[in-house]
Design a protein around this ligand. Structure first.
Ligand code: SF4
Length: 225
């Protein structure tokens, strides 16, 4: 009888290699400001990439540094990020996160996270107001190259349709399942290529299954969400 864990690892490997053949190896963009990445990820909640970039650029233009953002009147921060949506919720969240970061070490650096075990670093980031596992994993993977697998809405949808996780699995459960069955070196390309596939083919409303390179690996049935 096939070991379910081995079968799942083999299926993830097949998906990963198919996606690599289709979309290629994503180039690492680099991240020279982990605090900026954290703020950008908060700004990206419930909005598009275009709006996120616009709001982030506007925030950086409005204030000279993170201390100025932290100490500004909350309305001024909200005004600066208005184009990103939900400004009145995101502005106090960003300021609270900056206060916590500053309290930890007296500056606005997160470089010390690189020396912590991943689970500990993730717990610390998770405890920041408004920061969940997805945001924590993005910072750890993108900025520090740590083995953390972020699960956004596309990754959550595509992995469950494929049958890499149960249909009822939460994003955190998908994260744990993928991390347990995937070589860490694949986390970055797999995360980005699943997003690309989710946007281009495995769309939320109408997945284009007849054109999908993963169709023969997929557990999704027509009519299912
Ligand atoms: S076959 Fe359909 S549901 Fe499955 S991954 Fe492809 S597009 Fe998504």
């Amino acid at each position: 009888m096939t070991d379910p864990a081995l079968a799942l690892a083999a299926k993830i490997a097949a998906v990963h290699h198919r996606l690599l053949a289709e979309y290629g190896q994503p180039q690492r963009k680099g991240c020279d400001d982990p605090v900026g990445q954290l703020v950008a990820t908060i700004l990206s909640q419930n909005t598009s990439d275009v709006n996120t970039e616009r709001a982030y650029a506007s925030l950086r233009a409005a204030f000279p540094d993170w201390r100025a953002v932290m100490e500004a009147p909350t309305e001024a921060v909200a005004d600066a990020i208005r184009s990103g949506g939900l400004a009145n919720q995101k502005a106090p969240r960003i300021q609270a996160v900056l206060r916590k970061i500053h309290q930890a070490r007296g500056d606005f650096s997160l470089d010390w996270l690189a020396a912590l075990p991943v689970a500990e670093a993730r717990r610390w980031l998770d405890d920041l107001p408004g920061v969940g596992n997805k945001t924590a994993s993005i910072v750890l993977l993108f900025c520090f190259g740590r083995p953390a697998f972020p699960v956004d809405t596309h990754v959550h949808r595509v992995t469950r349709r494929l049958g890499l996780a149960p249909t009822s699995a939460s994003p955190d459960q998908v994260m744990r399942i993928i991390e347990a069955h995937t070589p860490p070196a694949w986390f970055y390309p797999l995360h980005l290529n699943l997003i690309r596939h989710g946007r281009a083919v495995c769309k939320a409303r109408r997945p284009q299954c007849s054109d999908c390179i993963l169709a023969d690996l997929c557990d999704h049935r027509p009519g299912e969400p």
